[in-house]
Design a protein around this ligand. Structure first.
Ligand code: FAD
Length: 482
């Protein structure tokens, strides 16, 4: 097995994947190691999916700078990478007179941060833009550059484009420690063996504090996990046009109600401190908090129309309250990215480009590759095609004519594409996130058996070894019928 690389990136969330994608432009041998079985596990796939405009972070912070630049970059990146992206704009709604000064403050902050196109709109204009808004609303801050995207789809697109351009991914490979020569990092120890590099990049998200400590820096810095729960509604029962926030409080941006790229309404998140970075369980009390919070914005929400729930874990750092993005002077060969909590997704393209600037400043000579291809074409999505397009697709390959998921109209052809893509799906959830199968009203009741059969056949493994999301989540325990 090859064990020497120019750059090893630890973690394949949105930050690690975009660093890999932008660096794949240069003549570098790059490896991404990821402890999970797939890219973009929590929190990069379990969040509010909003490309924030950038009025929220305090002026002068890295968060403000990266958010505004990241928002600008996402608009072009989404086209290059074929990401489902929708520029909905966002509204911060003043529900009471005392909220009015808060939206003015956010407007001023946004202007300082360089956010363009913002306006404070009155009640009539607000109702015109969002007819389901609480009729008692007074006014809102309108930020047209805000957008929503499919977060997992974005991580996957970045990773696929990186792989197309020569980057290697190693999954189920856990970083354990660094290998030093003096004060220079020359490699990483993993549970799959030692790997050597000239540069190691810490993009380990929730675990970035522990990785930094292993590099011998930021010993006092601690990431505290904070959980946020979400509910998703049946799009046949309720829809929204925008991303709608309440005015923020000291706890954060508050419980929002938003449209998604798939037309569902999404509400959440609350903000609960939890002790376990892996605890993505959901609770009844969390949902009650989320539901009552979102109802203040959209009173017509009804609990009976909820079709799914999930939670994500924030990587919160309490002291500095800003992103850490640097090449620390104490240790050579190390790029450190810590505390990338919200607006980390919105900021991620700017963070990735900042890493390239840091490497250049540190003397790395980056030579552009000939033939770098920045464009990644998505696989066909049957559900979004016209009748003519569907007919043509099925004529070319009959597998696209066999429906595996009835609610979302996902075909066998799409499941096969997901399994044989540049970053292959190897689990049920991997297929689900790539194709949106199982996300409709029946939540997978129809498709599970068929997907298990297809995965077993294509991966050449027994059906009992097919998992939901990696080892320990096998889907079949024993036969109940002969
Ligand atoms: C509830 C919630 C809502 C949010 N909403 C938004 C939003 O609307 N807009 C926005 O901009 N941001 C939002 N965020 C923040 C955003 O999701 C994060 O900032 C972003 O996903 C961080 O990406 P990352 O790549 O740094 O980290 P991660 O997504 O955590 O990726 C790190 C990766 O490193 C891997 N890893 C960790 N340790 C190791 C190891 N030892 N060895 C190998 N691999 C390892 C992990 O498995 C993971 O895949 C939200 C976050 C949460 C939790």
């Amino acid at each position: 097995m090859k064990n020497r690389y120019d750059i090893i990136i630890i973690g394949s969330g949105i930050v690690g994947s975009l660093i890999a994608r932008y660096l794949s432009r240069y003549e570098l041998d790059i490896l991404v190691i990821e402890k999970e079985i797939d890219v973009g596990m929590c929190p990069s796939s379990a969040n509010s999916a909003i490309i924030h405009a950038g009025y929220d972070p305090m002026p002068g912070t890295l968060k403000a700078e990266m958010n505004v630049e990241g928002n600008r970059l996402w608009h072009e990146l989404a086209v290059e990478l074929g990401i489902v992206f929708s520029q909905t704009g966002s509204l911060v709604v003043a529900l009471a007179d005392e909220d009015m000064c808060k939206i003015s403050e956010l407007y001023e902050r946004g202007m300082d941060n360089g956010v363009t196109g913002m306006a404070i709109i009155d009640r009539e204009e607000l109702i015109r833009r969002e007819p389901r808004i609480n009729p008692q609303a007074r006014a809102a801050l309108w930020a047209p550059s805000a957008a929503v995207l499919d977060p997992f789809g974005a991580v996957l697109a970045a990773a696929e484009n990186a792989v197309m351009n020569g980057v290697t991914y190693m999954f189920e490979t856990k970083f354990e420690d660094f290998i030093f020569e003096g004060n220079r990092i020359i490699g990483v120890k993993t549970d799959k063996g030692d790997l050597f590099c000239r540069w190691a990049v810490n993009s380990a998200g929730l675990y970035s504090d522990e990785v930094a400590h292993k590099a011998g820096i930021l010993r006092d810095m601690k990431i505290t996990p904070r959980k946020g729960c979400y509910l998703i509604f049946d799009p046949e029962k309720i829809t929204l046009n925008n991303v709608i926030f309440p005015v923020p409080s000291e706890k954060g941006k508050g419980i929002l109600a938003s449209t998604t790229t798939h037309g569902n309404v999404l509400i959440g998140p609350n903000n609960e401190e939890c002790s376990d970075k892996e605890d993505i369980s959901t609770t009844a009390s969390g949902f009650e908090e989320v539901f009552s919070g979102a109802k203040k914005l959209v009173p017509s929400l009804e609990l009976k129309n909820v079709i799914a729930q999930y939670s994500g874990i924030r990587a919160t750092e309490r002291e500095k309250k800003d992103f850490i993005i640097d090449i620390p002077p104490q240790v050579k060969g190390f790029v450190n990215l810590c505390a990338i909590d919200s607006p980390g997704f919105a900021s991620s393209p700017a963070i990735a480009l900042e890493v390239i600037e840091l490497l250049k400043d540190a003397g790395e000579v980056l030579k552009e590759k000939s033939g770098w291809d920045p464009v990644r074409k998505p696989f066909p999505h049957f559900h979004r095609m016209s009748l003519e397009e569907r007919t043509e697709l099925v004529r070319k390959n009959p597998a696209y004519g066999r429906i595996v998921c009835r609610c979302e109209e996902v075909t066998e052809g799409e499941v096969l594409d997901a399994i044989h893509s540049p970053v292959p799906a190897r689990t049920y959830d991997g297929i689900k996130r790539r194709t949106w199968l199982g996300t409709g009203r029946c939540q997978g009741a129809f498709d599970y058996p068929r997907v298990i059969q297809i995965l077993a056949k294509e991966l050449n493994i027994p059906e009992a070894e097919v998992t939901k999301k990696g080892r320990g989540s096998e889907l079949i325990f024993r036969k109940t019928k002969i």
